[in-house]
Design a protein around this ligand. Structure first.
Ligand SMILES: Cc1cc2nc3c(=O)[nH]c(=O)nc-3n(C[C@H](O)[C@H](O)[C@H](O)COP(=O)(O)OP(=O)(O)OC[C@H]3O[C@@H](n4cnc5c(N)ncnc54)[C@H](O)[C@@H]3O)c2cc1C
Length: 189
């Protein structure tokens, strides 16, 4: 949907196309920044919805966060929502896109703060929701079984350690698994 927006700088009404981005991490926010470099805010409104509470995280540091070599989750945030907003990118964290209507060019968004489900119209969508782990086992949601993809996942592992976990099995020994095992070893001393 194309909307008319007031142009405060020039005192006129301009037409801005709205691009909606679903997912506010590496792919989504890189695309947002690139789109902003190509089009000014008067030409293109960019709205990014991220269901988590942070944007642009360096997931490569998650094993070190578990090992406490990285002291705080925010140290892994490469660019905060505030910094994106300063670049005229309207980032809405804790907003989960629950439906996309391509006919009506609209997304339904669940606001995790207010539990409201407003609809946003747009001209273009970009879906950058990442990948999911391959978890062929029914017990994956069981207590004491974790995935490691996000800062929230790392916080859950950390909580398990703090609350008394004494033994860990890491499934997957590619690049990341051994780093996680090394991070866990920092808790053995
Ligand atoms: C532990 C770990 C270590 C890694 N180490 C490295 C490394 O050393 N080097 C390297 O190059 N890569 C590394 N990677 C991979 C790298 O992090 C990913 O390639 C990159 O994060 C992918 O970015 P993405 O934006 O495509 O997806 P993601 O980072 O998965 O982001 C997708 C975002 O979409 C959001 N989202 C999903 N669904 C919705 C929805 N319906 N509504 C709103 N938001 C939604 C999610 O909350 C998430 O923030 C590592 C990954 C992990 C997990």
């Amino acid at each position: 949907m194309i909307e008319r927006r007031p142009d405060h700088k020039h005192g006129a009404t301009q037409i801005a196309r709205r691009l909606v981005i679903v997912g506010g991490d590496a792919a989504g926010m890189t695309a947002a920044a690139k789109a902003r470099r190509m089009r000014s805010a008067n030409e293109l409104e960019i709205v990014a919805f991220e269901r988590g509470s942070r944007t642009s995280c360096a997931a490569c540091g998650l094993p070190d966060l578990i090992g406490r070599l990285v002291k705080a989750p925010d140290k892994l945030v490469v660019r905060t929502p505030e910094k994106h907003r300063a670049n005229d990118i309207d980032v809405r964290i804790r907003h989960e896109v629950t439906a996309i209507d391509t006919q009506a060019c609209a997304v339904t968004v669940h606001d995790l703060n207010t539990s409201r489900d407003p609809t946003t119209h747009c001209a273009d969508f970009l879906i950058a929701t990442g990948a999911t782990g391959i978890t062929p086992w029914p017990c994956i949601d069981a207590k004491g079984v974790f995935q490691l993809r996000t800062l929230d996942d790392a916080a859950r592992v950390e909580r398990a350690i703090v609350t008394g976990a004494r033994c860990a099995v890491v499934v997957g020994a590619g690049c990341i698994g051994p780093e996680v095992a090394e991070g866990l070893c920092w808790h053995t001393g």
